[in-house]
Design a binder for this molecule. Structure first.
Ligand code: 0X9
Ligand code: ZN
Ligand code: ZN
Length: 305
């Protein structure tokens, strides 16, 4: 059965999406943006109050990397909190009245399913190509942003394999197409990973500072302070290349270069004690504190539309 404080497998997440969307038709709609390599539907939940005018939007994805289980848990938590606090929390109410939030709860569904059934530490997609016996590419090295120039591997057997070309992974192409199609309304791109407790922004494919570096840093520091205020969890903010490592082909850099200014990668708990194997007892506190950071960024974006 589905639980917000457990790591739900893909079938459970899929069932949850159907239930939650049909029980909240006024605030949620579902849309399939394409299928994964193995044919699973990639469903985006659109959260927001219906409006007669075109609304600006925030795009949030979780689970680009298969083994980072806390990430899909956060997207599910976000949807629950949005629905349960709309109408009582003034910020959430104002956010969903004015904007839509597109949530992709599990980006790399094939990989996520594989971590539940076969190999808990799998990271990549599950695509195959004749000529190599190795499976999958890193869906956060496969975007057309300095593709495969640094911090990525052209070896199909590597965990950071950049793929055979930009957007060679169908999951990346599906999301990139969706964001390109909606680029005039998408004002923020947020992507949830784990672990290391970082709040990263462009660039990662170069050490050059982004044109909006100071503003991106200021917002990241505000979001990190909001997060820390709940349980004292400490986050480091900064551009990816200098803060974690240079790595090209990431979704954050791609979205930013497309024109989505507020582009952030979260690396959630912890700092390595459990790493990817974060205990289920930490799902609730991790999600509650992360909500504060995401809401901080959303409020800033809303104020600066
Ligand atoms: O390496 C990554 O893709 C991310 N770290 S993780 O441990 N979750 O794999 C960091 C991504 C930072 N952004 C870019 N490299 N563009
Ligand atoms: Zn990751
Ligand atoms: Zn809560």
């Amino acid at each position: 059965a589905h639980s917000y404080t457990k790591y739900n497998d893909w079938n459970t997440v899929q069932g949850w999406m159907n239930t939650i969307a049909s029980s909240n038709p006024n605030l949620i709609s579902k849309q399939v943006i394409g299928n994964t390599y193995e044919g699973r539907p990639m469903t985006v939940l659109k959260l927001g109050k219906k409006s007669s005018v075109t609304k600006n939007a925030i795009f949030l994805d979780c689970g680009i990397h298969a083994r980072e289980w806390i990430a899909p848990a956060f997207c599910q938590w976000f949807v629950k909190e949005a629905l349960s606090t709309y109408g009582s929390d003034s910020q959430m109410t104002s956010l969903l009245d004015q904007m839509d939030v597109y949530v992709l709860p599990v980006f790399n569904i094939d990989g996520y399913d594989y971590t539940h059934k076969s190999n808990r530490m799998w990271r990549k997609t599950r695509s195959r190509k004749s000529g190599s016996s190795c499976i999958g590419a890193d869906p956060n090295r496969n975007w057309n942003a300095g593709w495969c120039t640094i911090g990525a591997s052209s070896n199909p057997c590597s965990d950071t394999f950049c793929g055979y070309s930009p957007e060679s992974e169908i999951e990346v192409k599906n999301v990139a197409d969706f964001i390109r199609r909606n680029k005039s309304i998408i004002k923020a791109y947020l992507t949830i990973h784990s672990y290391s407790q970082l709040l990263l922004f462009p660039y990662s494919y170069t050490f050059q500072l982004a044109a909006h570096h100071s503003e991106l840093l200021k917002v990241a520091e505000g979001a990190s302070a909001a997060l820390r205020s709940l349980y004292g969890t400490s986050y480091t903010s900064g551009p990816g290349a200098a803060t974690i490592y240079p790595a090209a082909g990431g979704s954050d850099d791609w979205a930013y270069d497309l024109g989505v200014k507020y582009s952030y990668t979260f690396e959630l708990r912890d700092t390595g004690r459990y790493g990817f194997l974060l205990p289920e007892s930490q799902i609730k506190p991790t999600c509650e504190e992360t909500m504060l950071a995401v809401k901080y960024i959303a409020a800033y974006v809303q104020k600066n539309l």
